[in-house]
Write a protein that binds this ligand. Structure first.
Ligand code: MG
Length: 388
């Protein structure tokens, strides 16, 4: 066999498949092993299935609207803080670092991270709580379940089927987030996105809250996780104060948590002898009398430290007067607009009207309202019902 014939043989597999074979660990999800899509499609000449999934998310209307959806703070609070979109990009950034450090499939991780919050309605958790009450008799409303409805049904991108026709592994990972026990055990690619989500919101909500004056840096420094990070930052840079201290300390929290996750996950993979995706799932569920193990997880002491920060944020930020003062009137607007569309379903766009027969008026109205941005909801409310 000549050298050329050998190269020809190598090129039998697509470039992306060769690249994944070279770079990914045996515990990573290889696109060549994907369970495929509901609607069969011709393979792309140079993009892997998960690269196509990522691009479908980025080009979706639901993803673009994240720019104008509340994470915690709304436009009323200023323009420093994170929106749902910038939160998503921070999660993606952290998740890709974790993925590359663990030799996981970065394309799949990027897809999962970019898609993880697309099911959020306007007004953040306030909007979700309100929709859930309004749909109490129809199974409630959950942003993780809604993300699946968006990618399987509500996004219209192709003439021959509804939804984005994403790979099975992307749908399974999103189903796992519903936590109703119906999804298969999460891949490591899904586990790093969950961990990155938590690292991102803990730290950026703390950053936003200090910048917006809801809490002081001194109060934040009473939390051991932040105090220890601030001490390390001052060791590196010298004495810091004010916004320099805030930025350096919270950056250090992210750095510490990511490093701890990478080190611990690698050690767990080695100690459990993980050699395949099947084993990742097996140890997650627990087997041979062993309890289940989430491989990508913090040490108990770090989890406990994060919990102190999260309880502080819950009491002092998410439940603060300034956040609630915006939340309550916004929830009233959402409720009024929801009931108005239930009485006037013909005023919805044709695609939403067309689903009423199958899903009922209230679910179809919820799909329409959940897709709105904060400002569209505001304007539509004032247009339909009047500003008061
Ligand atoms: Mg999130």
């Amino acid at each position: 066999m000549t050298a050329t014939a050998g190269l020809d043989g190598m090129h039998a597999a697509p470039d992306w498949q060769q690249r994944e074979s070279l770079l990914l660990a045996p515990w990573a999800m290889h696109a060549a092993d994907s369970a495929g899509r509901v609607h069969a499609e011709t393979p792309h000449a140079f993009r892997s299935p998960y690269q196509r999934d990522r691009d479908r998310i980025v080009h979706s209307a639901a993803f673009r609207r994240l720019a104008h959806k509340t994470q915690v703070f709304t436009g009323y609070h200023g323009d420093y803080h994170r929106s749902r979109l910038t939160h998503t990009l921070e999660v993606t950034s952290i998740a890709r670092t974790l993925a590359r450090s663990l030799a996981l499939n970065e394309d799949l991780v990027e897809t999962l991270a970019l898609a993880h919050d697309i099911g959020h309605p306007p007004l953040g958790h306030a909007g979700e709580d309100t929709l859930s009450e309004l749909l109490a008799d129809e199974g409630g409303f959950n942003h993780n379940a809604q993300a699946l409805r968006i990618v399987e049904l509500l996004e219209i991108r192709y003439p021959n089927f509804p939804g984005l026709n994403l790979s099975r592994e992307v749908l399974d990972a999103q189903a796992t987030r519903k936590k109703d026990g119906t999804a298969p055990a999460p891949l490591l690619e899904a586990q790093v996105v969950d961990a990155a989500d938590s690292i991102a919101y803990d730290t950026h909500d703390a950053d936003d809250a200090v910048e917006l004056g809801l809490v002081t840096m001194d109060e934040l420094l009473e939390i051991p996780l932040v105090a220890e990070a601030a001490a390390r930052a001052c060791d590196r840079y010298g004495t810091l104060a004010g916004s320099e201290l805030r930025r350096a300390a919270l950056h250090e929290v992210v750095e510490f948590e990511v490093a701890e996750l990478v080190t611990r996950s690698r050690a767990t993979i080695a100690s459990l002898g993980i050699e395949s995706v099947a084993q990742v799932r097996e140890v997650f569920r627990g087997h041979n009398g062993m309890p289940g193990v989430r491989i990508v997880s913090h040490a108990p002491a770090v989890t406990a430290g994060k919990r102190i920060l999260e309880q502080f944020l819950f009491q002092r930020v998410y439940r603060s007067d300034r956040v609630l003062a915006v939340r309550v009137p916004a929830q009233r607007k959402l409720t009024r607009l929801f009931e108005w569309y239930c009485l006037h379903p013909d005023e919805m766009p044709a695609s939403f009207r067309g689903r009423i027969e199958r899903f009922g008026v209230r679910r179809s109205v919820a799909d329409y309202i959940a897709g709105m941005t904060d400002r569209f909801l505001d304007r539509d409310h004032d247009l339909r019902i009047g500003a008061f």
